[in-house]
Design a protein. Structure first.
Length: 397
């Protein structure tokens, strides 16, 4: 049987990196002694107000159809939170409630690009970005933020990548996996290029609540006609399984997104939207809680890794991930990932899943229990002692 060309475009890249994560989860479910640091799932419960509101509405049988764009209260709450964070004057008409930030990125991609277009994306990038962008039929071109520049964007490379076919530039700030926050000077240049070449800017700010003060520099207030902001409650409120996300953009863009949501979702559960409204009402407290956890664990991890021969850990500005440079061990990121799991039952992600520039790195999530994180550091140290003593590299399966 024949399939659409779409299936090739969405096949994804870096799939091998996730096999270790799935193996670790399966081992964990079997009760084995594993430490899972391969995914950003904060070691905190959903805020009580949001949890209780969701349970209350579920018990009240709030399980009927809802508007495709989300309930007015949810859209208004998103608009208020966005305006407070970015300074952009928006209303509920500028917001649409979607099934997580990933769904919002997919929606933006399909609404602004198509076959024959080019879309630029800042690398390192989350592994779902390539398929998300190519699903539209557009070609993906990567703009590097190299390790030797501290994972900061190469603005000259961005300018050189723009062609008459370029329609948009996708970027995450804070970045996953590097934790780098785009600064005002970088954003000013990005904005100037967007105006000159008539580009859409898709700003993935899902980790913005974890940045200092819960805010990042942005372009939404300065370029409201061309900026689409994507976010969710997954990281900032420790609510990944609720799938509560959104995009904010020009009203016409949101209308197109609503049409797509009608085809794809036909509305999302009302009780989840009500929980999201409660979560957004207490956003300052909820975000500070996650931010404090991540800052403390980041410092704990960096101190714990200090002095381990062969590795270097860059200090992320925000988020819940650290990139660990393992090139000094003589291992690739992929070998390190497989070897660490097989020898010590600790799962991390090969940096190569995020792009060429992070192939000698692994990504580790530090938003977990301190004792577990300490045990993971001890296991990493022990694993590398074995590598140095026995030359024990573990081949890919």
């Amino acid at each position: 049987m024949k399939y659409s060309p779409l299936v090739d475009r969405i096949a994804g890249e870096g799939a091998d990196a996730w096999l270790i994560h799935y193996a670790a989860r399966a081992a964990q479910e079997r009760g084995e002694d594993v430490i899972v640091l391969s995914i950003g799932d904060p070691d905190l419960d959903t805020p009580a107000l949001a949890l209780e509101r969701g349970i209350e509405r579920l018990r009240a049988r709030d399980v009927r159809y809802t508007p495709a764009a989300g309930r007015q209260a949810a859209r208004a709450a998103i608009a208020e939170a966005h305006a407070q964070r970015t300074g952009q004057a928006v209303t509920a008409a500028n917001a649409i409630f979607l099934s997580g930030a990933q769904n919002a990125l997919f929606t933006a991609s399909l609404c602004i690009a198509g076959p024959g277009d080019e879309v630029l994306a800042l690398e390192p990038l989350y592994p779902s970005y390539p398929a998300t962008i190519r699903a539209s039929g557009a070609d993906l071109k990567r703009v590097p933020a190299p390790a030797e520049r501290g994972f900061r964007i190469d603005l000259e490379a961005l300018q050189a990548a723009i062609t008459p076919q370029t329609r948009a530039f996708f970027f995450a700030t804070p970045n996953n996996p590097s934790g780098v926050i785009l600064n005002e000077a970088e954003l000013a240049r990005i904005g100037e290029l967007a105006r000159r070449h008539d580009l859409w800017l898709v700003a993935d700010e899902v980790y913005a609540g974890l940045a200092p003060g819960g805010r990042v520099p942005g372009l939404a207030a300065r370029l409201p006609e061309r900026v689409i902001t994507v976010s969710s409650l997954s990281k900032s409120h420790s609510m990944p399984g609720w799938r509560a996300g959104w995009l904010v953009g020009p009203e016409q863009m949101v209308k197109h997104a609503e049409s797509l949501a009608m085809c794809m979702l036909f509305g999302l559960p009302g009780f989840i939207q009500e929980a999201a409204v409660a979560a957004l009402a207490s956003r300052d407290t909820a975000e500070a809680r996650v931010r404090e956890l991540c800052n403390a664990r980041r410092d704990f991890l960096i101190e714990g890794l200090r002095g381990i021969p062969g590795i270097r850990c860059s200090r992320p500005e925000a988020g819940m991930f650290a990139l660990i440079d393992v090139r000094g061990t003589g291992l690739t990121g992929n070998e390190f990932m497989h070897g660490l799991f097989q020898a010590e039952r600790v799962s991390v992600i090969d940096g190569g899943a995020f792009g060429q520039g992070t192939r000698g790195f692994v990504r580790l999530c530090f938003a977990t229990d301190e004792a577990e994180l300490g045990a993971a550091v001890a296991r990493i140290r022990r694993y590398l002692e074995g590598v140095r003593t026995h030359g024990a590299t573990v081949p890919k399966p």
